[in-house]
Design a protein around this ligand. Structure first.
Ligand SMILES: N[C@@H](CCC(=O)N[C@@H](CS)C(=O)NCC(=O)O)C(=O)O
Length: 198
């Protein structure tokens, strides 16, 4: 049985909840309260020495990092959610990096600043968010999905923190193609939302 060590307010955990739901994979959610620092407990550090959620276990396999988990689920259970051809797969993986770096250091960081009071150069994070959104808006001008002609784990990886932009106090008003793409993701069968999502 798949287990997801999860924090309900985390966008990184939401990526995994979303993928599990879309793929209709039976799983158990194990709540980890990061406000209570449960992710730094000795038991949890055995699962992820970096002390962060999400962590997914599948039988004896233990996986940390939302991007790696999406890749695993796509590869093992996802069929077309992860293309197998080298160039198409690499293009999907590019967006996993965008999610882990550009989105994490802008929208996700700004959201943590406002929700949990974490210290941050908020002006810089929000400027980075607008730079990213502008680039994504241009990319989505001529396509329905981030790569290829159907949704992939690239869309799932990038979706949550953009849909949570309100929490980061970043307006999406200037990014019509991004907003249309968000709506498209929400129409995917099995879609689940979370608090704060636009
Ligand atoms: N690269 C990791 C980042 C995970 C991450 O930032 N997790 C946050 C919650 S969204 C966390 O566990 N924070 C607790 C901490 O830093 O102690 C991923 O994509 O899963």
């Amino acid at each position: 049985m798949i287990k997801l060590y999860d924090y309900w307010l985390s966008g990184n955990c939401h990526k995994v909840r979303l993928m599990l739901s879309i793929l209709k994979l039976e799983h158990e959610l194990i709540p980890i309260n990061i406000k209570e620092l449960e992710q730094k407990s000795l038991d949890f550090l055995q699962l992820n020495p970096f002390g962060m959620v999400p962590v997914l276990t599948d039988g004896t396999e233990i996986l940390r990092d939302s991007q790696a988990i999406l890749f695993y689920l796509g590869m093992k259970y996802g069929g077309d959610w992860l293309p197998r051809e080298a160039v198409a797969m690499s293009k999907v993986v590019q967006w996993l990096s965008t999610s882990a770096q550009d989105i994490q250091n802008s929208l996700a960081a700004a959201r943590v600043h406002f929700l949990l009071g974490r210290d941050l150069n908020i002006g810089l994070a929000q400027q980075r968010a607008h730079n990213l959104l502008k680039t994504m808006d241009k990319h989505l001008e001529t396509r329905h999905w981030l790569e290829g002609d159907r949704p992939t784990i690239a869309d799932i990886a990038c979706f949550p923190y953009i849909a949570l932009a309100g929490d980061a106090k970043v307006s999406l008003d200037d990014y019509l193609n991004v907003v249309t793409w968000l709506e498209r993701v929400k129409q995917i069968e099995g879609f689940v939302s979370m608090q704060g999502m636009l």
